[in-house]
Design a protein around this ligand. Structure first.
Ligand code: HEM
Length: 161
């Protein structure tokens, strides 16, 4: 069932690109931290001992020119498109470049499920409502581990038809 639904949603490339852009620029888990269980040497040559804490800024990685190019600060769903013989498809980026769901053996187990849920909710809203931002509403982050909007995002939903 999930596989069939996921296959159908694969066709929504622009929605997929938009969601990936939102996760790239505003990753829900903005900071990740890791500690070695024993002393080790990283591939870069950096020595890490048991007391070392490594902080990864997923938020900053999503905005690095070296990773995403000169237009890294622009919201561009098209950067997730791949052009193939059958038209436009979804471009897959390695999770070490796009770690919104983390990378390696502890990758988010709900990655596919999360993408499906976001696509279902977004498609249901976009197909049935015009979404208007409430004028004057200021968006600001809250100081929590998870990147959240302190006062939410105030919008007016106008039913289509
Ligand atoms: C947009 C949605 C989601 C995002 C951005 C996300 C992101 C992440 C990240 C960054 C981690 C690594 C946390 C860490 O190790 O410090 C993680 C782990 C995990 N996520 Fe998600 N997640 C999402 C949705 C979901 C959903 C829907 C489920 C379950 C249905 C889920 C289940 C899990 C589980 C079980 C882990 C732990 C994996 C492990 O440690 O081996 N996630 N997620």
């Amino acid at each position: 069932m999930i596989t069939r639904l996921s296959g159908r949603l694969e066709g929504l490339v622009y929605l997929h690109g938009g969601l990936c852009e939102a996760l790239r620029l505003y990753p829900p888990l903005a900071l990740e931290h890791k500690a070695p269980s024993e002393a080790d040497i990283l591939p870069t040559g950096h020595v890490v001992d048991k007391e070392t804490r490594i902080i990864l800024s997923i938020y900053s990685m999503g905005r690095m020119e070296g990773l995403w190019g000169e237009d890294c600060m622009e919201f561009k769903p098209e950067r997730w498109f791949s052009k193939g013989a059958n038209g436009i498809g979804i471009k897959h980026e390695p999770s070490y470049k796009f770690p919104a769901f983390h990378a390696g053996p502890r990758t988010c187990l709900g990655k596919e499920m999360g993408m499906i849920q976001m696509k279902m909710v977004a498609a249901a809203i976009i197909c049935n409502y015009h979404v208007e931002l409430v004028e004057g509403h200021v968006v600001c982050p809250s100081d929590s581990i998870i990147l959240q909007m302190k006062y939410g995002l105030k919008v007016r939903l106008l039913p289509i038809n």
